[in-house]
Design a protein around this ligand. Structure first.
Ligand code: PLP
Length: 385
């Protein structure tokens, strides 16, 4: 087991990130649910709300068209897409539902996925009457690339779906390799980047990606995204908005037709600020520090009696989860007790990944402000619950 070092990477980054936002009340380790927004993000949201009140909401939206294009460009750039490939929606789930509604699919079509797939995504596949074919995985739960290559010699799904980083444990899929293998077989790879965006590096190559800006990017709640690349974009059959085309700039292009018309536009403007802050702080350093924090947290929590880590100490990113040894232990109660002590965490029920977990897990997902003292404090609270 790797030992915890006496220092985390990029210490000044933690202080800079904290300096951009209000101090947390207690110990916030719940970014995988929703990150803490910065003061500037909230100010950007508020200033667009002011503009809506002054000009009228639709006029304000028109006035902010360039800012919104910049949001699509910036987001697309992080995920390997052009601005025109990106649609803004409300959430990760809304994005997937919108994508499946527009993708040329028939009931009974097959999607290939890994057993650790996010449960609500599996429910969305079921809603569209898609059948799931399980991919072989290695000991950690990552796609077995050789098995994928072999399977494609005799079989083809409508698309392969990956969740780039799982939400219930620190597990990153080999998106780039899967995209290479599948693109050669003309099978599109669709990727859920809800947890990976701004937590770990994301490679280009997927046919489509989607997620939400509220987690590690720390954008406002209520803003999600969807990006589709050509040639797959040309096959989309969007559900056109009820209003005549041409009213809003860009309307009529395939991806803009996937955007929700009634939307939290102020939140989209706020997301633009979160994107700038992320890029200014330095994505590579952010990923390195989050990994350092996750590693230190996992090493410390591995020593807490009664709990078992769900992944190796050196697993990627900051997400850390534990399974109680006692199968009757009420994880929701533990989460509630931690909250009383000021520690914000998540109790993950098995519905989040029904093919991977059968019992609830306790999840911590700190951002850049967790210090080594904070890591020890968090573990002490868990020991005492
Ligand atoms: C891996 C993953 N995919 C999708 C979602 C759904 O995103 P949203 O809550 O924005 O609908 C989440 C949310 O936690 C998630 O963790």
């Amino acid at each position: 087991v790797p030992t915890v070092t006496d220092e985390l990477p990029h210490e000044t980054l933690g202080a800079r990130w904290s300096g951009l936002r209000m101090p947390a009340k207690g110990l916030h380790a719940d970014t995988a649910a929703s990150g803490r927004t910065s003061t500037a993000v909230r100010a950007a949201v508020a200033s667009h709300l002011d503009l809506e009140a002054e000009l009228g909401a639709y006029v304000a939206e028109g006035a902010a068209a360039e800012q919104l294009t910049e949001v699509r460009r910036h987001l697309g750039g992080l995920l390997g897409f052009d601005a025109d490939d990106v649609a803004l929606v409300e959430s990760g789930s809304a994005a997937l539902a919108q994508l499946l509604a527009a993708w040329p699919l028939q009931p009974g079509d097959r999607v290939w996925a890994v057993p650790s797939e996010w449960g609500p995504n599996l429910s969305a596949f079921a809603d569209f009457r898609l059948e799931v074919g399980w991919l072989d995985v290695d000991d950690l739960g990552r796609v077995d690339l050789e098995a994928l290559r072999n399977r494609l010699r005799t079989d083809r799904p409508a698309f392969l779906h990956l969740t780039a980083m799982a939400s219930h444990r620190p597990l990153v899929q080999p998106v780039e390799e899967c995209a290479e293998i599948c693109t050669a077989a003309e099978v599109p790879v669709i990727v859920d980047t809800a947890q990976s965006l701004a937590q770990v590096e994301f490679p280009p190559g997927a046919a489509a990606v989607y997620g939400t800006g509220r987690k590690f990017l720390c954008g406002p709640r209520g803003v999600g995204y969807l990006a589709v690349r050509d040639p797959w974009q040309a096959n989309l059959v969007p559900r056109f908005p009820a209003l005549p085309p041409g009213i809003w700039p860009g309307q009529g292009s395939p991806m803009r037709s996937l955007e929700s018309r009634e939307a939290f536009v102020a939140g989209r403007i706020g997301l633009g600020t979160a994107l700038r802050e992320y890029s200014d702080l330095g994505p590579r350093q952010i990923h390195e520090r989050l990994h350092g924090i996750g590693r230190a947290l996992r090493a410390e929590l591995a020593e807490v009696p009664g709990w078992v880590l769900t992944a190796p100490v050196d697993a990627p990113g900051s997400i850390t989860s534990l399974q109680p040894e006692d199968e009757h232990l009420d994880v929701a109660q533990v989460r509630a007790e931690l909250l009383r002590r000021g520690v914000v965490s998540t109790a993950c029920g098995p519905e989040r990944a029904p093919g991977d977990i059968t019992r609830p897990l306790l999840r911590f997902s700190p951002h850049l402000d967790l210090t080594l003292d904070g890591v020890r404090e968090l573990a002490a609270h868990l020991r005492e619950t």
